[in-house]
Design a protein around this ligand. Structure first.
Ligand code: CP3
Length: 366
Protein backbone atom coordinates (compact mmCIF):
# COMPACT_ATOMS: atom_id res chain seq x y z
CA UNK A 1 0.00 0.00 0.00
CA UNK A 2 1.44 3.36 -1.00
CA UNK A 3 0.35 6.41 -2.93
CA UNK A 4 2.82 5.26 -5.57
CA UNK A 5 1.02 1.91 -5.78
CA UNK A 6 -2.31 3.64 -5.98
CA UNK A 7 -1.11 5.73 -8.90
CA UNK A 8 0.24 2.67 -10.65
CA UNK A 9 -3.13 0.98 -10.22
CA UNK A 10 -4.81 3.63 -12.32
CA UNK A 11 -6.07 2.67 -15.73
CA UNK A 12 -8.30 4.48 -18.16
CA UNK A 13 -11.34 3.13 -16.44
CA UNK A 14 -10.17 4.17 -12.95
CA UNK A 15 -10.66 7.91 -13.45
CA UNK A 16 -12.52 7.63 -10.14
CA UNK A 17 -9.55 6.70 -7.95
CA UNK A 18 -9.68 5.46 -4.35
CA UNK A 19 -10.73 8.15 -1.88
CA UNK A 20 -7.86 9.32 0.34
CA UNK A 21 -7.51 7.24 3.50
CA UNK A 22 -9.30 8.90 6.40
CA UNK A 23 -7.57 8.70 9.78
CA UNK A 24 -10.25 6.52 11.33
CA UNK A 25 -9.23 4.19 14.20
CA UNK A 26 -9.50 1.19 11.87
CA UNK A 27 -7.25 2.64 9.17
CA UNK A 28 -4.75 4.00 11.72
CA UNK A 29 -4.47 0.50 13.20
CA UNK A 30 -4.01 -1.01 9.71
CA UNK A 31 -1.05 1.35 9.31
CA UNK A 32 0.32 0.49 12.80
CA UNK A 33 -0.27 4.03 14.00
CA UNK A 34 -1.67 4.90 17.45
CA UNK A 35 -5.47 5.11 17.42
CA UNK A 36 -7.90 6.77 19.88
CA UNK A 37 -9.20 3.29 20.73
CA UNK A 38 -8.67 -0.27 19.53
CA UNK A 39 -10.95 -0.64 16.50
CA UNK A 40 -13.30 -3.62 16.32
CA UNK A 41 -15.39 -5.35 13.68
CA UNK A 42 -16.53 -8.99 13.52
CA UNK A 43 -16.17 -11.46 10.69
CA UNK A 44 -19.68 -12.41 9.42
CA UNK A 45 -21.12 -9.42 11.28
CA UNK A 46 -23.61 -8.97 8.43
CA UNK A 47 -25.63 -12.10 8.95
CA UNK A 48 -27.84 -14.47 10.78
CA UNK A 49 -27.16 -13.55 14.41
CA UNK A 50 -29.22 -10.39 13.72
CA UNK A 51 -33.04 -10.59 13.56
CA UNK A 52 -32.99 -7.64 11.12
CA UNK A 53 -30.95 -9.80 8.73
CA UNK A 54 -33.17 -12.86 9.17
CA UNK A 55 -36.28 -10.77 8.44
CA UNK A 56 -34.89 -9.74 5.02
CA UNK A 57 -33.42 -13.18 4.34
CA UNK A 58 -36.85 -14.76 4.91
CA UNK A 59 -38.09 -12.87 1.83
CA UNK A 60 -35.10 -13.47 -0.50
CA UNK A 61 -32.66 -16.21 -1.48
CA UNK A 62 -29.00 -15.76 -0.56
CA UNK A 63 -28.08 -15.12 -4.21
CA UNK A 64 -30.88 -12.58 -4.57
CA UNK A 65 -29.55 -10.72 -1.56
CA UNK A 66 -26.00 -10.67 -2.90
CA UNK A 67 -27.04 -9.59 -6.40
CA UNK A 68 -29.53 -6.89 -5.40
CA UNK A 69 -27.38 -3.88 -4.47
CA UNK A 70 -30.13 -2.24 -2.36
CA UNK A 71 -30.54 -5.40 -0.23
CA UNK A 72 -26.79 -5.99 0.12
CA UNK A 73 -26.31 -2.35 1.12
CA UNK A 74 -29.08 -2.48 3.71
CA UNK A 75 -27.74 -5.64 5.35
CA UNK A 76 -24.18 -4.27 5.34
CA UNK A 77 -25.29 -1.27 7.39
CA UNK A 78 -27.33 -3.23 9.97
CA UNK A 79 -24.52 -4.26 12.38
CA UNK A 80 -22.76 -0.89 12.15
CA UNK A 81 -25.96 0.94 12.98
CA UNK A 82 -26.88 -1.46 15.78
CA UNK A 83 -23.51 -1.84 17.52
CA UNK A 84 -21.14 0.92 16.37
CA UNK A 85 -18.41 -1.25 14.89
CA UNK A 86 -15.38 0.65 13.54
CA UNK A 87 -15.76 -0.80 10.05
CA UNK A 88 -18.47 -2.31 7.86
CA UNK A 89 -17.84 -5.31 5.59
CA UNK A 90 -19.75 -5.48 2.32
CA UNK A 91 -22.49 -8.13 2.32
CA UNK A 92 -21.44 -10.65 -0.32
CA UNK A 93 -19.80 -14.09 -0.35
CA UNK A 94 -16.49 -15.54 -1.46
CA UNK A 95 -18.09 -17.83 -4.06
CA UNK A 96 -19.82 -15.61 -6.71
CA UNK A 97 -16.53 -15.00 -8.61
CA UNK A 98 -16.77 -18.67 -9.61
CA UNK A 99 -20.12 -17.96 -11.34
CA UNK A 100 -18.41 -15.61 -13.79
CA UNK A 101 -15.80 -18.29 -14.43
CA UNK A 102 -18.52 -20.72 -15.52
CA UNK A 103 -19.58 -22.66 -12.40
CA UNK A 104 -23.22 -23.02 -11.32
CA UNK A 105 -23.53 -21.89 -7.70
CA UNK A 106 -26.50 -22.62 -5.51
CA UNK A 107 -26.86 -22.03 -1.75
CA UNK A 108 -28.82 -25.09 -0.66
CA UNK A 109 -30.67 -24.71 2.67
CA UNK A 110 -29.14 -27.08 5.24
CA UNK A 111 -26.28 -28.09 2.91
CA UNK A 112 -24.48 -24.82 2.22
CA UNK A 113 -23.02 -23.81 -1.14
CA UNK A 114 -23.10 -26.40 -3.96
CA UNK A 115 -21.83 -26.50 -7.56
CA UNK A 116 -23.45 -29.00 -9.97
CA UNK A 117 -20.59 -28.74 -12.52
CA UNK A 118 -17.45 -28.97 -10.37
CA UNK A 119 -13.94 -29.07 -11.86
CA UNK A 120 -12.80 -32.66 -12.29
CA UNK A 121 -10.17 -32.58 -15.07
CA UNK A 122 -7.51 -30.34 -16.66
CA UNK A 123 -9.97 -29.77 -19.54
CA UNK A 124 -12.52 -28.35 -17.07
CA UNK A 125 -9.84 -25.94 -15.86
CA UNK A 126 -8.93 -24.95 -19.45
CA UNK A 127 -12.56 -24.05 -20.07
CA UNK A 128 -12.81 -21.62 -17.12
CA UNK A 129 -13.40 -18.02 -18.19
CA UNK A 130 -11.45 -15.10 -16.69
CA UNK A 131 -13.86 -12.18 -17.13
CA UNK A 132 -13.43 -8.71 -15.61
CA UNK A 133 -15.62 -8.21 -12.52
CA UNK A 134 -17.91 -5.59 -14.05
CA UNK A 135 -18.99 -8.02 -16.82
CA UNK A 136 -20.23 -10.58 -14.29
CA UNK A 137 -22.60 -10.93 -11.36
CA UNK A 138 -19.85 -9.22 -9.28
CA UNK A 139 -20.88 -5.89 -10.81
CA UNK A 140 -23.81 -5.91 -8.38
CA UNK A 141 -21.39 -6.04 -5.44
CA UNK A 142 -19.37 -3.15 -6.90
CA UNK A 143 -22.63 -1.20 -7.12
CA UNK A 144 -23.52 -2.13 -3.51
CA UNK A 145 -20.08 -0.84 -2.43
CA UNK A 146 -20.78 2.51 -4.13
CA UNK A 147 -24.16 2.74 -2.36
CA UNK A 148 -22.77 1.84 1.07
CA UNK A 149 -19.77 4.17 0.88
CA UNK A 150 -22.03 7.07 -0.16
CA UNK A 151 -23.71 6.55 3.21
CA UNK A 152 -20.69 5.64 5.37
CA UNK A 153 -17.96 7.98 4.12
CA UNK A 154 -19.69 11.13 5.47
CA UNK A 155 -20.05 9.28 8.80
CA UNK A 156 -16.32 8.50 8.85
CA UNK A 157 -16.84 4.73 8.80
CA UNK A 158 -14.64 2.64 6.49
CA UNK A 159 -15.99 -0.23 4.39
CA UNK A 160 -14.03 -3.46 3.94
CA UNK A 161 -14.23 -5.26 0.61
CA UNK A 162 -13.25 -8.93 0.43
CA UNK A 163 -12.66 -12.02 -1.66
CA UNK A 164 -11.54 -15.61 -1.19
CA UNK A 165 -7.95 -16.75 -1.60
CA UNK A 166 -7.25 -19.07 -4.55
CA UNK A 167 -6.89 -22.30 -2.54
CA UNK A 168 -10.15 -21.83 -0.66
CA UNK A 169 -12.00 -21.10 -3.92
CA UNK A 170 -10.31 -24.01 -5.72
CA UNK A 171 -11.42 -26.35 -2.95
CA UNK A 172 -15.10 -25.41 -3.49
CA UNK A 173 -14.76 -25.51 -7.29
CA UNK A 174 -13.21 -29.01 -7.28
CA UNK A 175 -15.16 -30.60 -4.40
CA UNK A 176 -18.46 -29.06 -5.58
CA UNK A 177 -19.17 -27.83 -2.04
CA UNK A 178 -17.74 -27.98 1.46
CA UNK A 179 -15.43 -30.87 2.33
CA UNK A 180 -13.88 -32.58 5.35
CA UNK A 181 -10.85 -34.24 3.73
CA UNK A 182 -10.40 -32.14 0.57
CA UNK A 183 -9.66 -35.47 -1.11
CA UNK A 184 -10.67 -34.53 -4.67
CA UNK A 185 -8.98 -31.15 -4.46
CA UNK A 186 -5.69 -32.55 -3.13
CA UNK A 187 -5.77 -35.52 -5.52
CA UNK A 188 -6.00 -33.11 -8.47
CA UNK A 189 -3.29 -30.91 -6.95
CA UNK A 190 -0.91 -33.87 -6.58
CA UNK A 191 -1.67 -35.63 -9.86
CA UNK A 192 -2.08 -32.66 -12.22
CA UNK A 193 0.44 -30.06 -11.02
CA UNK A 194 0.38 -28.13 -14.29
CA UNK A 195 -3.42 -27.89 -14.32
CA UNK A 196 -3.34 -26.93 -10.63
CA UNK A 197 -0.97 -24.06 -11.39
CA UNK A 198 -3.14 -22.99 -14.26
CA UNK A 199 -6.23 -22.97 -12.02
CA UNK A 200 -4.49 -20.97 -9.29
CA UNK A 201 -3.26 -18.44 -11.87
CA UNK A 202 -6.76 -17.97 -13.26
CA UNK A 203 -8.13 -17.49 -9.75
CA UNK A 204 -5.41 -14.96 -8.89
CA UNK A 205 -6.28 -12.98 -12.04
CA UNK A 206 -10.01 -12.93 -11.28
CA UNK A 207 -9.59 -12.16 -7.58
CA UNK A 208 -6.97 -9.41 -8.03
CA UNK A 209 -9.18 -7.69 -10.61
CA UNK A 210 -12.27 -7.98 -8.39
CA UNK A 211 -10.52 -6.73 -5.24
CA UNK A 212 -8.86 -3.77 -6.96
CA UNK A 213 -12.25 -2.78 -8.42
CA UNK A 214 -13.81 -3.02 -4.94
CA UNK A 215 -11.23 -0.48 -3.75
CA UNK A 216 -11.98 1.76 -6.73
CA UNK A 217 -15.71 1.50 -5.96
CA UNK A 218 -14.98 2.88 -2.49
CA UNK A 219 -13.77 0.08 -0.18
CA UNK A 220 -11.19 1.49 2.29
CA UNK A 221 -9.53 -1.87 2.94
CA UNK A 222 -9.62 -5.39 1.48
CA UNK A 223 -9.64 -8.75 3.26
CA UNK A 224 -8.55 -11.99 1.61
CA UNK A 225 -10.14 -15.08 3.25
CA UNK A 226 -8.08 -18.27 3.05
CA UNK A 227 -10.51 -20.14 5.24
CA UNK A 228 -9.64 -23.73 4.39
CA UNK A 229 -5.92 -23.87 3.48
CA UNK A 230 -5.06 -24.57 7.12
CA UNK A 231 -7.53 -27.44 7.57
CA UNK A 232 -6.53 -29.00 4.25
CA UNK A 233 -2.77 -28.57 3.99
CA UNK A 234 0.39 -29.13 5.97
CA UNK A 235 3.26 -26.68 5.84
CA UNK A 236 5.13 -28.29 2.95
CA UNK A 237 2.07 -28.50 0.71
CA UNK A 238 1.14 -24.91 1.62
CA UNK A 239 4.57 -23.65 0.61
CA UNK A 240 4.61 -25.66 -2.59
CA UNK A 241 1.07 -25.35 -3.91
CA UNK A 242 -0.36 -22.19 -2.33
CA UNK A 243 2.29 -19.75 -1.23
CA UNK A 244 3.56 -18.69 -4.69
CA UNK A 245 0.01 -17.88 -5.78
CA UNK A 246 -0.97 -16.04 -2.61
CA UNK A 247 2.27 -14.05 -2.88
CA UNK A 248 1.37 -13.12 -6.44
CA UNK A 249 -2.12 -12.05 -5.33
CA UNK A 250 -0.86 -9.82 -2.49
CA UNK A 251 1.77 -8.37 -4.81
CA UNK A 252 -0.90 -7.38 -7.34
CA UNK A 253 -3.14 -5.95 -4.61
CA UNK A 254 -0.59 -3.23 -3.86
CA UNK A 255 -2.12 -1.52 -6.89
CA UNK A 256 -5.39 -1.14 -4.96
CA UNK A 257 -3.79 1.57 -2.83
CA UNK A 258 -5.62 0.50 0.36
CA UNK A 259 -4.59 -1.74 3.28
CA UNK A 260 -4.96 -5.48 2.67
CA UNK A 261 -5.80 -8.00 5.41
CA UNK A 262 -4.43 -11.53 4.95
CA UNK A 263 -6.77 -13.79 6.97
CA UNK A 264 -6.51 -17.55 7.26
CA UNK A 265 -7.69 -20.17 9.74
CA UNK A 266 -5.99 -23.32 11.01
CA UNK A 267 -2.60 -22.06 9.84
CA UNK A 268 -0.98 -21.37 13.23
CA UNK A 269 1.75 -24.03 12.77
CA UNK A 270 3.06 -22.17 9.72
CA UNK A 271 1.73 -18.62 10.25
CA UNK A 272 5.17 -17.15 9.40
CA UNK A 273 4.89 -18.69 5.90
CA UNK A 274 1.33 -17.34 5.56
CA UNK A 275 2.44 -13.84 6.62
CA UNK A 276 5.39 -13.98 4.21
CA UNK A 277 2.87 -14.06 1.32
CA UNK A 278 1.97 -10.43 2.05
CA UNK A 279 -0.73 -8.16 3.44
CA UNK A 280 -0.54 -5.04 5.61
CA UNK A 281 -2.54 -6.78 8.35
CA UNK A 282 -2.36 -10.46 9.31
CA UNK A 283 -5.70 -11.86 10.49
CA UNK A 284 -5.24 -14.79 12.86
CA UNK A 285 -7.59 -17.46 14.19
CA UNK A 286 -8.40 -18.23 17.85
CA UNK A 287 -6.37 -21.40 18.31
CA UNK A 288 -3.26 -19.80 19.82
CA UNK A 289 -2.86 -16.65 21.96
CA UNK A 290 -2.44 -13.35 20.11
CA UNK A 291 1.12 -12.71 21.37
CA UNK A 292 2.14 -16.19 20.18
CA UNK A 293 1.09 -15.16 16.65
CA UNK A 294 2.73 -11.75 17.04
CA UNK A 295 6.08 -13.36 17.91
CA UNK A 296 5.99 -15.38 14.69
CA UNK A 297 4.64 -12.69 12.36
CA UNK A 298 7.11 -10.02 13.48
CA UNK A 299 6.53 -6.39 14.38
CA UNK A 300 6.26 -4.92 10.90
CA UNK A 301 2.60 -5.77 10.26
CA UNK A 302 -0.67 -4.97 12.03
CA UNK A 303 -2.52 -7.95 13.53
CA UNK A 304 -6.26 -8.71 13.57
CA UNK A 305 -8.04 -11.08 15.95
CA UNK A 306 -8.57 -13.28 17.82
CA UNK A 307 -11.37 -13.99 20.30
CA UNK A 308 -12.83 -17.50 19.98
CA UNK A 309 -16.26 -16.83 18.36
CA UNK A 310 -17.85 -19.32 20.75
CA UNK A 311 -16.67 -17.24 23.72
CA UNK A 312 -19.58 -14.96 22.75
CA UNK A 313 -21.89 -17.71 24.03
CA UNK A 314 -20.27 -17.61 27.51
CA UNK A 315 -21.66 -15.64 30.49
CA UNK A 316 -20.35 -12.07 30.65
CA UNK A 317 -17.66 -12.54 33.37
CA UNK A 318 -16.10 -15.39 31.37
CA UNK A 319 -16.44 -13.48 28.09
CA UNK A 320 -14.94 -10.33 29.63
CA UNK A 321 -11.94 -12.27 30.95
CA UNK A 322 -11.30 -13.61 27.44
CA UNK A 323 -11.62 -10.15 25.88
CA UNK A 324 -9.17 -8.85 28.51
CA UNK A 325 -6.76 -11.64 27.63
CA UNK A 326 -6.77 -10.70 23.92
CA UNK A 327 -6.33 -6.99 24.74
CA UNK A 328 -3.54 -7.68 27.27
CA UNK A 329 -1.65 -9.80 24.75
CA UNK A 330 -2.00 -7.06 22.08
CA UNK A 331 -0.86 -4.27 24.41
CA UNK A 332 2.44 -2.45 24.08
CA UNK A 333 2.38 -1.52 20.42
CA UNK A 334 -0.09 0.07 17.99
CA UNK A 335 -1.57 -1.96 15.14
CA UNK A 336 -4.21 -4.22 16.72
CA UNK A 337 -7.67 -4.61 15.18
CA UNK A 338 -9.98 -6.52 17.52
CA UNK A 339 -11.95 -9.27 15.80
CA UNK A 340 -13.03 -12.86 16.30
CA UNK A 341 -10.70 -15.67 15.30
CA UNK A 342 -13.34 -16.81 12.76
CA UNK A 343 -16.93 -15.90 11.83
CA UNK A 344 -19.59 -15.06 14.41
CA UNK A 345 -22.09 -17.93 14.83
CA UNK A 346 -25.85 -17.46 14.29
CA UNK A 347 -26.76 -18.34 17.92
CA UNK A 348 -24.67 -15.48 19.36
CA UNK A 349 -26.70 -13.39 21.86
CA UNK A 350 -27.06 -9.83 20.67
CA UNK A 351 -26.36 -8.41 24.12
CA UNK A 352 -22.92 -10.02 24.17
CA UNK A 353 -22.02 -8.35 20.88
CA UNK A 354 -23.13 -4.98 22.24
CA UNK A 355 -21.10 -5.52 25.43
CA UNK A 356 -18.04 -6.69 23.47
CA UNK A 357 -17.96 -3.63 21.22
CA UNK A 358 -18.59 -1.17 24.09
CA UNK A 359 -16.06 -2.85 26.36
CA UNK A 360 -13.25 -2.84 23.77
CA UNK A 361 -13.92 0.84 23.06
CA UNK A 362 -14.07 1.81 26.75
CA UNK A 363 -11.10 -0.23 27.93
CA UNK A 364 -8.75 0.97 25.17
CA UNK A 365 -9.80 4.66 24.98
CA UNK A 366 -6.80 6.96 25.35
O1 CP3 B 1 -18.56 -10.99 7.09
C1 CP3 B 1 -19.64 -10.53 6.65
O2 CP3 B 1 -20.56 -10.15 7.38
C2 CP3 B 1 -19.81 -10.36 5.16
C3 CP3 B 1 -20.52 -11.41 4.52
C4 CP3 B 1 -19.87 -12.76 4.28
C5 CP3 B 1 -20.64 -13.90 3.98
N1 CP3 B 1 -19.81 -14.91 3.63
C6 CP3 B 1 -22.11 -13.95 3.99
C7 CP3 B 1 -22.76 -15.26 4.11
C8 CP3 B 1 -18.53 -13.15 4.20
C9 CP3 B 1 -17.26 -12.35 4.48
C10 CP3 B 1 -18.51 -14.50 3.77
C11 CP3 B 1 -17.27 -15.23 3.48
C12 CP3 B 1 -17.35 -16.68 3.26
N2 CP3 B 1 -18.29 -17.39 2.60
C13 CP3 B 1 -16.34 -17.58 3.64
C14 CP3 B 1 -15.07 -17.19 4.28
C15 CP3 B 1 -15.29 -16.76 5.68
C16 CP3 B 1 -15.02 -17.78 6.71
O3 CP3 B 1 -15.91 -18.00 7.54
O4 CP3 B 1 -13.91 -18.33 6.71
C17 CP3 B 1 -16.72 -18.85 3.25
C18 CP3 B 1 -15.97 -20.13 3.49
C19 CP3 B 1 -17.96 -18.73 2.57
C20 CP3 B 1 -18.73 -19.79 1.91
C21 CP3 B 1 -20.07 -19.94 2.50
N3 CP3 B 1 -21.11 -19.03 2.34
C22 CP3 B 1 -20.55 -21.01 3.27
C23 CP3 B 1 -19.71 -22.21 3.68
C24 CP3 B 1 -21.87 -20.73 3.56
C25 CP3 B 1 -22.87 -21.66 4.22
C26 CP3 B 1 -22.52 -21.88 5.63
C27 CP3 B 1 -23.24 -20.92 6.49
O5 CP3 B 1 -22.57 -20.24 7.29
O6 CP3 B 1 -24.47 -20.86 6.34
C28 CP3 B 1 -22.20 -19.48 3.02
C29 CP3 B 1 -23.47 -18.75 3.13
C30 CP3 B 1 -23.40 -17.38 3.74
N4 CP3 B 1 -22.51 -16.41 3.40
C31 CP3 B 1 -24.29 -16.85 4.71
C32 CP3 B 1 -23.91 -15.51 4.93
C33 CP3 B 1 -24.57 -14.50 5.83
C34 CP3 B 1 -25.47 -17.57 5.31
C35 CP3 B 1 -26.54 -17.48 4.32
C36 CP3 B 1 -27.92 -17.55 4.91
O7 CP3 B 1 -28.45 -16.51 5.35
O8 CP3 B 1 -28.50 -18.65 4.89
Amino acid sequence: MSSEASKNGGSAESAVSSPPLQPTPFLLACQQQPAPHTPIWLMRQAGRFMHEYRAIRAQHSMLEMITTPELAAEVTLQPVNAFGMDAAIIFADILPPLIGMGLHLDFVPGKGPQFDNPLRSPQDIDRLAVPPAEETVLNNTLEAIRMVTAELTPRGIPLIGFAGAPFTLASYAIEGGGSKSYARCKALMYSEPTAWKHLMQKLVTVQADYLIKQARAGASALQVFDSWAGSALGQQDYNRYVRPHNSELFQRLQAAGVPVINFSAGTAPYIADVAACGGDVIGVDWRMPLDWFRARIGDDRAIQGNLDPIALLAPWPELRARIDDVLDRAAGQPGHIFNLGHGIVPTTPRDNVRRLVDYVHERTAV
